[in-house]
Design a protein around this ligand. Sequence first.
Ligand SMILES: Nc1nc2c(ncn2[C@@H]2O[C@H](COP(=O)(O)OP(=O)(O)O)[C@@H](O)[C@H]2O)c(=O)[nH]1
Ligand SMILES: [Mg+2]
Ligand SMILES: [Zn+2]
Length: 336
Amino acid sequence: MRRYGKHTDEDDIRTRPNRKGNRPRTSIRPKHEDAAEGMVLTVDRGRLTCLVEDRTVLAMKARELGRKAAVVGDRVALVGDLSGKKDTLARIVRIEERSSLLRRTADDDDPYERVVVANADQLAVVTALADPEPRPRLIDRCLVAAYDGGLEPLLVMTKSDLAPPDKLLELYGALDIPYVVTSRDELENGDAADRVREHLDGRITAFVGHSGVGKTTLVNALVPEDLRRTTGHVNAVTGRGRHTTTSALALPLTVTDGWVIDTPGVRSFGLAHIDPSRVIHAFPDLEPGTEGCPRACSHDEPDCALDAWVEEGHADPARLYSLRRLLATRERNEGD
Ligand SMILES: Nc1nc2c(ncn2[C@@H]2O[C@H](COP(=O)(O)OP(=O)(O)O)[C@@H](O)[C@H]2O)c(=O)[nH]1
Ligand SMILES: [Mg+2]
Ligand SMILES: [Zn+2]
């Protein structure tokens, strides 16, 4: 919850002159000054479970929010019954500005955007090394969504007891993404959680990946059961036998002050909404080389200035190859 300030700080700097100006305070201050702050932990058919102080409060969107949807990770302002008691329902009257936004389009032909998670700092792209087989194109698409949405990627390769990680490590080497490899044994003796946890300290991390890759298993290993219970969703997470995650769910990491967000499996990761310039931004070594590009360059066309930039030795050709591979994933909607 301490991250409420992160981007608000910058915003304060920008908006402060207005606030000091002679406009009446009430016209620039949002309504509901007495509203409580909360964080959306999970969403289920229009009902949002929010963390308010140390309790979970069930809420729905107030009509005044219109079509704007609150999503998991959103910081919201709530009014009404905030007791969190059974059969009470609070109202969300405001969605605070987001520091990041992980979005996917349901399908590239369908421009309707589905926001997956707000305010995450990091996107853990989880892939099994076998069962199910790795799908590099899906990984690439998740990475593009991370770069576009302002999240730092982390690669988590599970099930190394079934297959080695060498091929994937080679494929992603040039992208310089931090990664963790885990196995069944390491899940059982706690090493897997320890190693992943090193990347989670003080940050909000969303876990995405194809169904069956081990996201929920990992999240459960990371978050002790009593903490999962405080969010009121222990059954959704640890239901007997195989369970299917149906909504994203934020869970706290107490010791490290971070959060992990489990998400339902994705078969594809539609990218119709992606802006290539935001993806380039994640390649600071290549970005200056785009200055000589034609307007609205796709960075994969004959006039693209990046080829010369790399030939002149300013950047590693493998980096340009990886960037183009990522940008190309926008063109076809394939999960693998
Ligand atoms: N062999 C092996 N199986 C794993 C590992 N991690 C998870 N699994 C199994 O993979 C299956 C799917 O896991 P789950 O966490 O539900 O995947 P999710 O759909 O990504 O949430 C379960 O049967 C897990 O026990 C691993 O490291 N090795
Ligand atoms: Mg799951
Ligand atoms: Zn270009």
